[in-house]
Every structure is written in C-alpha cells, then in structure tokens.
Ligand binder design. Sequence first.
Ligand SMILES: NC(=O)c1ccc[n+]([C@@H]2O[C@H](COP(=O)([O-])OP(=O)(O)OC[C@H]3O[C@@H](n4cnc5c(N)ncnc54)[C@H](OP(=O)(O)O)[C@@H]3O)[C@@H](O)[C@H]2O)c1
Length: 259
Amino acid sequence: MARYGPWAVVTGASSGIGAEFARQLAARGLSLVLVARRRDRLEELGAELFARHGTDVRIVTCDLSDARGPWHLLDEVADVDVGLLINNAGVGLKGRLVDLEPEILRRLVEVNCQAPLALSHGFGRRLVARRRGGMVIVASTGGFQGLPWSAAYGASKGFDLLLGEALAVELAADGIDVLTLAPGGTDTEGPMNSGVDPARVPVRLMSVGPVVRAALDSLGRRTLVIPGAGNRAAAWAVRLVPRAFAARAAGRLMRRVIS
Ligand SMILES: NC(=O)c1ccc[n+]([C@@H]2O[C@H](COP(=O)([O-])OP(=O)(O)OC[C@H]3O[C@@H](n4cnc5c(N)ncnc54)[C@H](OP(=O)(O)O)[C@@H]3O)[C@@H](O)[C@H]2O)c1
C-alpha cells in the first residue's frame, strides 16, 4: 500500500488471473479500478471486495480491441491517484495463422500488444511524475519461443515480455518497479476459450492464487517472474537448445492440447 497505493488499475479483471490480482490487492489494502468489457462480472467482484475488505472500487467498461479503448480508460481515471498498473487483459487463439480471419488477428494485437503499450505509456508518464509506483505486464511462457498453432498469440506475448524487461530498466531511476509475469498454463477461462482441451494438457495447470502471489511477492524485488518450478525449468531449457528446435517442440505440444 505504501509503495504502490492508493489505487491500482487492473485490466482484464472480470475473470481469471486479473480477478485474482484484484482480490489479492484488495486484501493488501489498495483501492481498485476494475477494467474489462463484462460490467456484470466487474460489479459482482467490486461488491465482493467491498463486503470483504471495504475496498473502494471504480469500474471502467472498456473494449481494449478498440484503438480508443486505452485512451478511454486513461480519461476515466484522470482524477485518480494510480500507483500500480496491472496490464493483464489478453486473448488467445488457436489454429494455423493462414486459416484465421485477419480481424481476429487485429483484435489480438490490439488487446495483447497495443493496449499494454498505450497504457504503459500513459500511466507510465503519471507514475514518473509522482516518482513512485509499479507496473506488472502479463506475458506468458508461450512468448519465450515461436508457438506454432498459436503463432500470433506467442508473438504477442514475446512482445509483452520484451516490453516489460526494457521498461524495468528505463523506469528504475524514476522509482518505478516494472515486473513481467510469465505464467505457464493456468486454470482460467482463457485456455478453454482459446480451444485448449484441459484433458490433453500433459501437466497440471496452476491455480490463479499462487501465480498472482508470486507476482506480488516479486514486484520491486526482481523484473521477471515465472511461477512454478516446472515452468521455470521449461523456460530455461528453451535457452539451451536451438531456437528452431524449441519452436518445433512447442508446436508438437500445441497440436496435442488444442481441440
Ligand atoms: N491462463 C493461462 O494459461 C495463461 C498463461 C500465460 C499467460 N496468460 C495471460 O494471462 C492474462 C489473463 O488471462 P486469463 O488466463 O486470466 O484469461 P481470462 O480468464 O480469459 O481473462 C481474460 C481477461 O481479459 C479481458 N479481455 C479480453 N478481451 C478484452 C477486450 N477486448 N477488452 C477488454 N478486456 C478484455 C477479459 O474480460 P472481458 O471478456 O470481460 O472483456 C478477461 O477479464 C492474459 O494476458 C493471458 O495471455 C494466461
């Protein structure tokens, strides 16, 4: 609260990892701006957090696949003292790139790349001006190598990974802590909505609690966190083999898990 309060903005707070960020930040005493498209889910979560912790909540419904989405959000919270930005909203996809509709790819790049970029820029300026605060950028272990059959998603998460790592260096002197969170498979609606069949995943998906706890415990202490020993080992293994080999191995795994 002292370092990253009084308000945190959480994008993609209506489900999964984002909703868990909201719950754990509320438990630590922060006030919350909850952002997503599904207002009913955000209102339900806001009511839960108020009942449990007395949390001040502001809800901003916003479509981050619309180029104006990030600017709408920045305008809506112009009067709020934001100390922490959680760039979490994201979408996945499955299938061979050439078989997908261009509009699906455009929306993915807007939500997964353009929105975190615009929000890191807009909120980054505000954080630098107050010389205190933090940012979390949610990437993925899928961004450590080419990800066949989810090529655009893997590439978008590689973008998030490199953006976060670079901003951590750029903003350190201004007192802003930037953390990149790279989860592996996590038990949320996300993988299912992207066509992953949980029955075919060879490892146990992590639950959201430890993923978010690892991020909040790492903020200000390190710049990249990969929750789960197996995910960390896999991420390190990728660095030890030729990149083409890593992409082929990732492709075999993707073929197996998508329905
Ligand atoms: N689950 C995993 O295995 C996994 C692994 C690695 C990384 N991640 C990353 O973790 C982050 C959260 O994913 P999750 O697994 O928690 O998935 P999720 O449960 O599907 O949550 C995605 C969130 O993003 C929001 N969102 C999606 N499209 C949006 C749009 N156009 N405008 C505004 N908000 C939008 C959704 O809200 P609305 O639908 O209400 O708009 C939802 O709150 C993503 O960045 C994902 O890439 C997940």
